[in-house]
Design a protein around this ligand. Structure first.
Ligand code: 2P0
Length: 321
């Protein structure tokens, strides 16, 4: 009998405590713990259905290398789970892919959630998270919305950080470059690990940063979270910049935004920045200050898009008739 198609919407996430470096390249085992928030309105929508042929097909806009990476992943996932049959996977992002807005996180999370549902496997969430991790390390966290932590270990998975009542925070995504980035996260993190003299310092301080961020979230202490998140972000970028050859993901607008944020923080606006492997900046704001923060960046040149969204990003999974 023909299986019903499955529609999944998975959200990107941004790490406040970053995952940078792996102990196992094939299984995407992170060298250190990370902590992220789901971004409600940056999403990948994916439909998984039975393929007319006995092979997997992808529908969507991809770079050749990404296309092969996804097809290899689907093949591997089916083999691992002991399921068969060609799949048609139609996928679309509502944001530019491969530009440092975490398309691999939402993309692989959507496929992992979709394969589980399509074959009626009903796996525990931690196993779906492990499956997503095999596609991309950060995808393990996009299985959930809200604050999510990812540990290390032999076969790690992500889990939601349980907070007693939700902490509503806004996220302002400032896009400073629409083109795909020149170096993938995977290549950059491997280069950093192999060549940056600061990489060991990065690893040595991750656990303490992670615990401090967790405390800040549990206490809903905005400035404590701001201070540790910005520090962790700049530390990650410092290791990237000091790899050999050096690599800088930022552009002049990225730097301009950082200066602006420091200026408005001094005026008391509750906002902090974080930057993933790319030139885009994400600002985390207390909702009562979001409008004023936005006004600050209205006329900054070099920002091509401003996306105003919030912490959230629960995946949605629907069986189509
Ligand atoms: C993170 N990033 O924690 C960090 C911060 C980017 C900067 O995880 O090699 O696409 O597929 O596991 O997940 C981006 O790297 O890398 C990433 P792979 P991924 O979100």
């Amino acid at each position: 009998m023909k299986k019903a198609p499955i529609k999944i919407s998975a959200a990107a996430n941004v790490a406040l405590i970053k995952y940078w470096g792996k102990t196992d390249l094939e299984k995407n085992i992170p060298s250190a713990p990370s902590l992220s928030v789901g971004i409600e309105d940056l999403r990948t929508d994916t439909i998984i259905s039975e393929s007319r042929e006995d092979k997997d097909t992808l529908i969507g806009k991809f770079k050749k290398s990404d296309e092969q990476r996804i097809l290899n992943y689907v093949f591997m996932a089916k083999k691992l789970l002991g399921v068969s049959g060609g799949l048609e996977i139609e996928t679309e992002n509502n944001f530019p892919a491969s530009s440092g807005l975490a398309s691999s996180a939402s993309g692989f999370a959507a496929i992992a959630l979709g394969i589980d549902k399509f074959y009626g496997l009903d796996m525990p969430r931690e196993d779906i998270s492990r499956l997503a991790r095999l596609g991309s390390g950060s995808a393990a966290r996009s299985i959930y919305g809200g604050f999510v932590q990812m540990d290390t270990g032999p076969d790690p998975f992500a889990k939601p950080l349980i907070v007693e009542d939700p902490w509503p925070l806004d996220i302002l995504v400032l896009v400073t470059e629409e083109q795909p980035k020149k170096m993938s996260s995977t290549d950059s993190m491997n280069l950093t690990k192999d060549t940056s003299p600061f990489y060991s310092a990065w690893l040595d301080t991750q656990e303490a940063d992670f615990l401090k961020a967790k405390d800040a979230i549990e206490e809903k202490d905005f400035w404590k979270l701001a201070q540790i998140s910005e520090h962790n972000c700049l530390k990650m970028h410092s290791t990237i910049m000091t790899s050999k050859p050096p690599h800088v993901y930022w552009n002049p607008t990225t730097v301009e935004i950082l200066h602006q944020v420091q200026k408005i923080q001094k005026k008391g606006l509750r906002v902090f920045f974080t930057i993933d492997a790319g030139p885009q900046v994400k600002l985390i704001c207390d909702p009562s200050d979001t409008q004023r923060v936005l006004e600050q960046f209205e006329s900054t040149s070099g920002i091509s898009r401003r996306i105003v969204t919030k912490v959230g990003g629960e995946p949605q999974i629907e069986q189509l008739a």
